[in-house]
Design a protein around this ligand. Sequence first.
Ligand code: GTP
Length: 599
Amino acid sequence: TDQAHIRNFCIIAHIDHGKSTLADRLLEYTGTISSREMTEQVLDQMELERERGITIKAQAVRMLYTARNGEQYELNLIDTPGHVDFTYEVSRSLAACEGALLVIDATQGIEAQTLANLYLALEADLTIIPVINKIDLPSADPERVRQEVEDVIGLPASECLLASAKEGIGVSEILEAIVERIPPPHGNLGRPLRALVFDSHYDSYKGVIAYVRIVDGSVRVGDRIAMMATGSVTEVIEAGYFQPRMVSTQILSAGEVGYLATGFKNVKDCRVGDTATVPEVLGQIEPLPGYKPAKPMVFAGFYPVDSDDYPLLREALERLQLNDASLSFEPETSAALGFGFRCGFLGLLHMEIIQERLEREYGLRILATAPNVEYYVTKRNGEVVKVDNPSAFPPPGEIEKIEEPWVELSIFSPARYIGPIMELVTARRGVFKEMKYIEADRVLLTYRMPLAELIVDFHDQLKSRTQGYASLDYSFAGYREADLVKLDILVNGQPVDALSIIVHRSEAYRRGRALVEKLHKLIPRQLFEVPIQAAIGSRVIARETIKALRKDVLAKCYGGDVTRKKKLLEKQKEGKKRMKMVGSVEIPQEAFMAVLSLK
Ligand code: GTP
């Protein structure tokens, strides 16, 4: 297709504002898939996923659309991940487009991720088409949202399109706007190949499938290609596009979006953000801007509940990593938990997804330690070490200074919750930056805060203090020095390395106290008395004692109700699932995560 008849766009939105539903309507309207196919299609793909143990992503769908001017256009819809953990991936997907539909829920208005995504789209120089969705709902207030778009985003209210993705209202106007308002790509067909990799997945037959936007030149099946950041070279096994099934073609050329089957065995050879070119010009032409290797921000120990599963856990992590270059892991040994892995994640959601996949897809039972951030520790001897595991902290006497990562935090909320939000952020060592009124009763609050404080239950706290109304976004804002100490937990006199946490000195006493009390409730009674202590160095700052178990657990149900007895036994069995023997004491998974829910 000539570039004048190509439009590359994405849909950006706050979660639940209707991105997927609108995408479905566009696919239906353009006949890319029929509404009957819609459900079948989805099911098919999931089955395939299960069979091959891979994630098939319909990340970039090509639609053909005949506009009102009578001409046919190739519209490429590029999907973007919807969560803050994946900001970098979002930015690469946006870089593959010329325009974006900004979907805003007519009953909600602009939210934190609406703006966060908008800023990313503006950075990528995209043409923005605001779409006010869900106008079918009785509580919809499109006029208010229009005004917000003008006041907050600075786009004329008149540019807003009104839609109901659910009812199919406004879909043809949106397609026309895509053709009319979004500029066509301006690649140079005569130059050597430059293709932006905006996503990839591993396929066990074809190797890594790279999702690409061809910026300059063209690429054919059988061509040799080279990755500019990694230097890896391979031959293109297959080229094509998604409709949304994979449709292979002989060639992809400037302006187009599609996939290349690379034969690479690992996504590490073909990183998101990298530029594919031809080996002959490697080192002679400029890569496309913006490549960044993925950097894990949150770390946790993953241990198999059953230590025989260690090799299986390693294999599973290796398999997941084939598909996920942002997952890192290395072997780690814990005196308490045995052999496991220290894993690095983009954020908490990423961590949850990986844990869930290990359990669901590989049948593993994982004991995860509380997540922590990575610290830079400067030692007295001038050496700087990166520490991603609290138990590996150098002894206090050797430490000159400690630095920790900070984030910039944007919170959208009805104005009536400003007080509780301030209180929450301040208690987490947050520093207020600014407050903007979006409307008479809605504000945008900006803070700086240590990342470590954000990953400990912050989001849930924010939701509960604002009755679910506040939304949150954050971005990395550099490292800062902090007065931190390592808090150790001793169970039955033994330090349990996997329970150690890093806390601010001023918080150490309170956290130690709270943690000990919590553990006291979580660790089941044993046949003997078990002291639980919190200590900084050799100084114990808090203590609780778990009383010894009475002989018969069921004694209290004696003569009583059978179902109750059954329940109790069941509960015990449940609890058994995730226990680790530490010395002579059984410690449940909840204990390792206890630090996450300290008030
Ligand atoms: P994530 O994929 O979770 O980020 O959400 P999303 O932004 O893709 O939203 P999705 O399309 O899943 O829609 C969220 C919910 O809103 C679903 O229950 C949809 O059925 C509903 N929804 C989407 N568009 C409309 C609309 O125009 N009207 C109404 N009434 N509901 C809608």
